[in-house]
Design a protein. Structure first.
Length: 265
């Protein structure tokens, strides 16, 4: 039975009610197909447009997500804006099947001038909480591109990372030969499975759809292989996860036990 579902879909900016209705339908579908947890894209409910949604009511979004989790008896990861007296943050929340918010994480690595202009970075590492018989941590988009972020979560007990993301399509840069060009699609196809392999963890990575975003949402195994890889359009990915496979992967690929942090300061 697939324990894990990842949603790839486009959230429309300034259409919170519409986006939540669509998300409700996907949550119902994921639960009906046996998923125990659903991961959704970064700022899906508001649409991803940092300067336009920074003042959105994140609490009302989180309340709606909690209701969905409770209605369909499925754990749910959703992203929202969190306001504090001093700043606003991009966050991800994990709700359990009863709609209780198990943990909330503030995005630590803000991507680009638009996010940095209106949001403050979080200064705390994500908690590791129990779910699906394993340790689970949240990340958001750009976070997973930093090796230290995933390694830190792993060292603190994470076996599975749940990552809402919004990776914009950048295309190749300049008129250089293809070997020297950059394409954001490589985040999904190269970096995410590499992070999974080098730490022996599952990673569920939920992106918005093309055009405008790269799509390519994925579920990577602790062996660095794809259990699911989306194309460019709307899609639900499903996969099973197993803590025993985490143990086997770490026995085969001994990066965690052979590393020598004392050499690097």
């Amino acid at each position: 039975m697939p324990a894990l579902a990842v949603l790839q879909a486009a959230g429309t900016v300034d259409a919170v009610e519409e986006n939540l209705r669509r998300l409700d339908g996907y949550a119902a579908r994921a639960a009906a197909q046996g998923a125990e947890v659903l991961v959704t894209p970064e700022l899906f409910a508001t649409g991803y447009a940092p300067t336009l949604v920074a003042e959105s009511d994140g609490q009302s979004v989180r309340d709606a997500l909690a209701c969905m989790a409770r209605r369909y008896r499925i754990a749910l990861v959703g992203s929202s804006v969190e306001a504090t007296p001093d700043a606003r943050h991009i966050t991800a929340s994990l709700f359990d099947r009863q709609g209780a918010e198990l943990t909330r994480y503030r995005k630590a690595h803000l991507f680009g001038a638009e996010e940095q202009a209106v949001f403050a970075p979080g200064d705390e590492l994500p908690e590791v909480v129990p779910l699906l018989g394993m340790g689970v941590a949240l990340g958001i988009c750009y976070d997973v591109e930093f090796p230290e972020f995933v390694r830190s979560a792993t060292q603190r007990g994470a076996d599975l990372l749940l990552v809402p993301t919004a990776v914009p399509t950048t295309g190749d840069v300049g008129n250089r030969p293809p070997v020297h060009t950059y394409n954001a699609e490589r985040i999904s196809t190269l970096l995410v499975p590499a992070r999974a392999l080098e730490n022996g963890v599952y990673i569920a990575y939920a992106n918005h759809t093309a055009p405008g975003f790269t799509g390519l949402s994925c579920i990577a195994s602790p062996y660095g292989t794809f259990l699911g890889l989306a194309g460019g359009g709307e899609e639900l990915l499903f996969a099973g996860v197993d803590q025993a496979e985490v143990r086997r992967a770490r026995e085969l690929n001994t990066y965690l036990t052979c590393r020598r942090p004392e050499l690097f300061g």
